[in-house]
Design a protein around this ligand. Structure first.
Ligand code: DCM
Length: 150
């Protein structure tokens, strides 16, 4: 798959990376001991009960990696170290895109503090056992390929 970061409707050389009109949502493929962390959303109603890679919106002035570390701390109460970006970008609602980084758990035990009501650590063979949000599925498939051994 070819990654496209350029908006085809924008003037030549205009990149979404610098487009203030697009809200970037960063999410983490959080690894620990060969398993991937899945989080079940508790809100909004149309997403509740579906599973996602935890994360949230980039704030002004933040790098994506800083935003990811902050969101995982706020939502799960853990410290993480971002790794590589998973290639690709997935549309959410209009004006929002999802980008995903791998992240390693450094400390803490994840708890569903905000936005989630259940968490699960999934081994590779368990990744299909939860109902992922459609937009997260390609990133989860890529994350599975990068799951380190336990
Ligand atoms: N979102 C998503 N997949 C993720 C993380 C977030 O589809 N892995 C969506 C849900 C919301 C928006 O991004 O529409 C903002 O997320 P939040 O409400 O967690 O800030």
């Amino acid at each position: 798959m070819t990654e496209r970061t350029t908006d085809p409707t924008a003037p030549r050389g205009h990149h979404r990376d610098t487009d203030p009109g697009v809200v970037v949502v960063v999410a983490g493929a959080v690894y620990d001991q060969g398993r991937l962390l899945a989080a079940r959303r508790s809100a909004p109603a149309e997403l509740a009960g579906r599973w996602e890679l935890p994360g949230g919106k980039l704030e002004p002035g933040e790098s994506p990696e800083e935003a990811l570390v902050r969101e995982l701390r706020e939502e799960l109460g853990v410290e993480t170290e971002p790794g590589e970006r998973i290639p690709g970008e997935w549309p959410l609602k209009p004006g929002y895109v999802l980008r995903v980084w791998t992240a390693r758990l450094l400390s803490g035990v994840p708890r569903p503090l905000e936005d989630h009501d259940e968490l699960r650590w999934l081994a590779r063979h368990e990744l299909d056992s939860v109902d992922w949000l459609d937009q997260d599925r390609p990133a989860v498939a890529e994350a599975a390929l990068r799951l380190p051994a336990a």
